[in-house]
Ligand binder design. Sequence first.
Ligand code: IMP
Ligand code: MG
Length: 182
Amino acid sequence: MEEMHPHLKEVLFTEDAIRERVAEMGAQITADYADKEIVLISVLRGAAIFMSDLAREIKRPIEMDYMAVSSYGDGAKSSGVVRILKDLSGDIEGKHVLIAEDILDSGLTLRYLQKYLSSRNPASIEVATLLRKKTRAQADIKCRYVGFECPDQFIVGYGLDYAERYRNLPYIGILKDGIIQD
Ligand code: IMP
Ligand code: MG
């Protein structure tokens, strides 16, 4: 096993555990959408790595599209403000939309996105999130697919960043105290 990054205090999900879970999620999605075409939409930048792995585990015809939103700036705290930095390239009217998210924290980003995408009249809209944080203040969001529950701490790796770093770690872990600067 590869050495843990020195800025981490703990690895939560190893590369193997993530691969296994993403494969299970893909198999479930393949079964659930047996006769349907999916538009997989990922929220840049964090979810791009998850979506590219998930897409290869879905044995159905899919389209892939991307949005970029910002709710955090470079810091670790939610600002509660969601800005669209990049909109979809394609049309989703009448299509089965599956949003791939990296992590559900306050839920503000997803709540906003679901509303926004619903207004474009897709046939259905569901959420696949790799991680769901156990927080008390989370918005009530229906996620059809959840990879892992995780503790209410700041985590990085496999797409998740702190100030744009650590996204390329193949595993997910908790940042050490003292690395985050408020
Ligand atoms: P929410 O709107 O609070 O649910 O935040 C969603 C977004 O915040 C995610 O898509 C991530 O980009 C980011 N985020 C939330 N928690 C973490 C974390 O622990 N590490 C890294 N990014 C996070
Ligand atoms: Mg994100």
